[in-house]
Design a protein around this ligand. Structure first.
Ligand code: SF4
Length: 132
């Protein structure tokens, strides 16, 4: 079952919580493969001029963006995925809320590929037990 798109963290009709900051002290980083990801996204978007700062936020900028959020004050958490500050739920600039999914799924960073929230770990365990 795709919990992330239908029942993120067990909340019905809630989706993609780990792709949005909302009001939480949360950061989508560090993105250790940022250089590789940027190259992939340049190809994907057919835009060789896509800039690092259009995709990521560095510590100097990020620490000023959310001075009240502790995770944004730690240099080791950067670079982080850029979030759209025009939207109240502060989504990653690549999150597709209509599709309820990552808009660059095949080319997303390792941080996103590996991220498993506590709820997802438990839900996948239960799904596996039902299959056996
Ligand atoms: S790159 Fe994709 S998976 Fe990663 S935070 Fe952004 S929308 Fe979510």
């Amino acid at each position: 079952m795709n919990h992330c798109a239908t029942s993120c963290f067990g909340h019905e009709n809630y989706h993609g919580g780990c792709c949005r900051l909302e009001q939480r002290d949360f950061i989508i980083g560090p993105i250790r493969d940022a250089t590789v990801v940027l190259e992939r996204l340049r190809v994907r978007t057919n835009n060789p001029y896509l800039r690092f700062e259009e995709v990521f936020v560095d510590f100097a900028e990020g620490s000023r963006m959310f001075p009240e959020r502790a995770t944004w004050q730690r240099p080791e958490n950067f670079p982080a995925m850029r979030v759209d500050t025009r939207l109240a739920d502060l989504p990653c600039v690549f999150y597709n809320a209509t599709l309820k999914a990552c808009g660059v799924y095949e080319d997303r960073p390792e941080t996103c590929r590996r991220y498993m929230c506590d709820y997802l770990v438990q839900a996948q365990k239960e799904d596996a037990e039902q299959i056996v």
